[in-house]
Design a protein around this ligand. Structure first.
Ligand code: SF4
Length: 354
């Protein structure tokens, strides 16, 4: 499992606090030089327990194909079971179908496109570069080029997002028939433009009731369309569950290259400094308890849940009995899971157990 972080964006979204640089300010080739050096030094950390490659950001689609192919050439030769690249609709529009053919030639077999909304007012507020028509056009380009596995990212939980506008966004997403949809609740992250807007009163955060309504609409609409809600924020048609991200939730070791990228070898977590140039990194060694807590937290976010024997061995016994008695957790034979209608409050359920 390999993750490559591309720390460039063309503009900054209102809600985002990710580390990224405005593309064009830095040389993408010198970024690739450093990344390639890092890959060469740490090649033996690459494990193929799960054979996936994920290029995320930032906005990987701002990288020219020539730079992307230099990076991919340093990695184990594919084919990968899943090779995902995150793209922005505006880049697909600007670069056209030849760019997508180039991605396919590199071995890419899955695209994750950041759409976020199909409402143009919301997209402007988010400071996204594209509008809804552009997202639909880009989706069509991906399909025409031959991408058979597309994931769309959406965001809900904005206080100005009405239920009907949210339903319409979901309707337009479904009209495209993506294999996968990720839907995240907006959060106010320190350092984002949104945090400044909230601090000076230009944005008032949505309440829990409104967010819960959005989440219920999401579950209802995508469930009715046949999508499997296999993780709190992720929905897929049968067989299109994300291989790479699902492995994160099982705590499979992975290696991450690039500024800000994380790696995990089963016992230690490493994170690279977010600067493009420092080359520094830090390590954290997980205690056995850290590992147990992480296993429970990640597995309970999925529809499979956690093996019952593991939960009984490592969770607080009285909290576990109480959650089972109240229906906050349900037992399905070998596993215990949070039922979909309680996913929304999963954080508090999990916190009570650990
Ligand atoms: S949300 Fe994505 S595109 Fe927007 S600023 Fe953050 S990393 Fe860049």
């Amino acid at each position: 499992m390999i993750y490559i972080h591309v720390p460039f964006c063309r503009s900054f979204c209102t809600y985002c606090d990710f580390y990224s640089e405005i593309a064009g300010d830095c040389s993408m080739n010198s970024y690739a030089d450093r990344l390639i050096e890092d890959i060469r030094q740490r090649r033996d950390e690459i494990s193929n327990e799960v054979n996936t490659l994920y290029i995320g950001g930032g906005t990987p689609s701002v990288l020219p194909l020539s730079v992307l192919s230099r990076i991919v050439a340093e990695l184990p030769p594919g084919p990968y079971d899943e090779f995902t690249v995150e793209v922005n609709p505006e880049d697909i529009h600007e670069k056209g179908i030849d760019y997508v053919h180039g991605l396919i030639d590199l071995g890419v077999n899955r695209i994750s496109m950041g759409v976020q909304s199909f409402d143009d007012g919301i997209l402007r507020w988010m400071n996204r570069r594209h509008d809804s028509a552009r997202a639909e056009e880009a989706y069509g380009t991906l399909r025409r080029a031959g991408i058979g596995n597309i994931s769309i990212d959406l965001i809900f939980g904005m206080s100005q997002l009405t239920d009907s506008v949210w339903e319409e966004t979901l309707r337009r997403a479904l009209a495209l028939s993506p294999e996968h949809i990720s839907a995240y609740q907006l959060s106010i992250e320190d350092g984002s433009a949104l945090a400044r807007m909230a601090a000076d009163g230009r944005y008032v955060e949505a309440g829990d009731t409104q967010c819960r309504r959005h989440y219920d609409i999401l579950c209802r609409v995508l469930g009715a369309a046949g999508y499997r809600h296999y993780e709190i924020s992720n929905f897929a048609v049968a067989g299109a569950e994300a291989v790479h991200n699902s492995a994160y939730w099982r705590r499979v070791p992975y290696v991450g290259f690039g500024p800000g990228a994380h790696s995990f070898d089963g016992a230690r977590r490493r994170w690279n400094d977010s600067s493009l140039t420092s080359g520094k990194f830090e390590f954290e060694t997980l205690t056995p308890r850290d590992a147990e807590v992480e296993t429970i937290m990640l597995a309970l976010r999925t529809s499979d849940g956690v093996p019952a024997s593991y939960l009984h061995a490592h969770a607080d016994p009285s909290a576990l009995s109480s959650a089972l008695a109240k229906g906050l957790l349900v037992s399905s034979g070998t596993h215990i899971r949070i039922p979909e209608y309680h996913f929304f409050i999963s954080d508090s359920i999990i916190a009570s157990l650990i």
